[in-house]
Design a protein around this ligand. Sequence first.
Ligand code: PMP
Length: 437
Amino acid sequence: ASKNKELLEQQTKRESNARSYPRRIPIAINEAEGIFVKDADGKSYYDCLAGAGTLALGHNHPVVIEALEKVIYDKRPLHTLDLTTPVKEGFIDEVFASLPKEFASRAKIQFCGPTGGDAIEAAIKLVKTATGRRSILSFQGGYHGATHGTMALSGNLAPKEKVNGLMPDVHFLPYPYEYRCPFGVGGEECHKISSRYIENVLDDPESGILPPAGMIFEAVQGEGGSIPAPVDWMKEMRRITKERQIPLIIDEVQTGIGRTGKLFAFEHADIIPDVIVLSKAIGGSLPLSVVIYDQDLDVWSPGAHIGTFRGNQMAMATGAATLKFIKEHKLDEHAEKMGKKLQDFIKELNAPEIGDVRGRGLMIGAEIVDPYLSPSKTGSYPANPQLASRIQRECFDRGLILEVGGRHGSVVRFLPPLIVTERQLDDICSIFKEAVK
Ligand code: PMP
């Protein structure tokens, strides 16, 4: 009898219909180490989902386990609300030492509780409080969470349509998604027009956009389909917001600490945001989230953003150990190199069904299209979500776990742990090639 099947049947019977991943990744995970997970029947898989980008060092990395053991065997407190501890101050030291100096010297940190979504909520409350304004500029295709506030900021309409009364006053702007440019022009022109358009709507009262409390975007849209914001576009967003005193929030929940080839994805554009939001990898496999922002915004009062679980000492210990390991082993540079290799490999497959290959570092997406339908003016073909799911399934059957995302559900996404070796990547590439074939 299959233990895997038995556990899945129990899950299906008892867990909510809202469960998502098990539908496409039908396994019960029994063991995990590095880039591998093993299901309950002993079958091994390459895990290129890695907790949706959470597991920078893969599963159960020795430095993560060691950090956990230290907290436990030294009998350190496990939970302290937001009272401080040596572990916490050590975590903050590590985070501040990782930020660009110009940002770190003016930075304040707020612990949140402890999901990415809660930290985004905090960031939005922060800029609203600091500016006294109410509207937020967000981007089509963005993803920021699943609470009432963060869902309102996210592009994905399907889950929003069924929930009444989301946070009001969110204005959606076009993201520079070059393969399907919202302005119908190709390449560079796309992001140039996008920034000109944004500047124009902000300055024209007839656009109805009141002076916004903040602008928020992902430097690489993750759930939206691994879409990197062009560097020049990010520089323009920084200029446009700075000139109009609009705080700029960069959501680094998925991109943060090495994933994109730099410790923080905003560093690709050499800009300093006003606020960054970190979660996922920053907890070193455990739940943790923080908002880091310019001290000038720190005008909110005690208790303005509270929550019981802002003090997970184990997550701070594993998070600090993870960050330290990433820097010591230059895993950001490694991510850059491996990501390039992966992108080159997928491009060289020359499969007509792969319309676009893109990403930054180890946040890569292959957009699956229907090349037999007619292309748009700029040469992009209609999205093909059925084929994307099929490719995911074929990879899964061959022992490779990948995510499918994107606005049309047509982007096969690679988010391997940053510790992936060149040999493992070769293996992943050949499985993908077979699956596509
Ligand atoms: N922002 C981004 C960019 C994310 O990718 C996610 C999670 N996928 C979130 C916010 C929300 O984080 P959480 O699921 O921990 O609430």
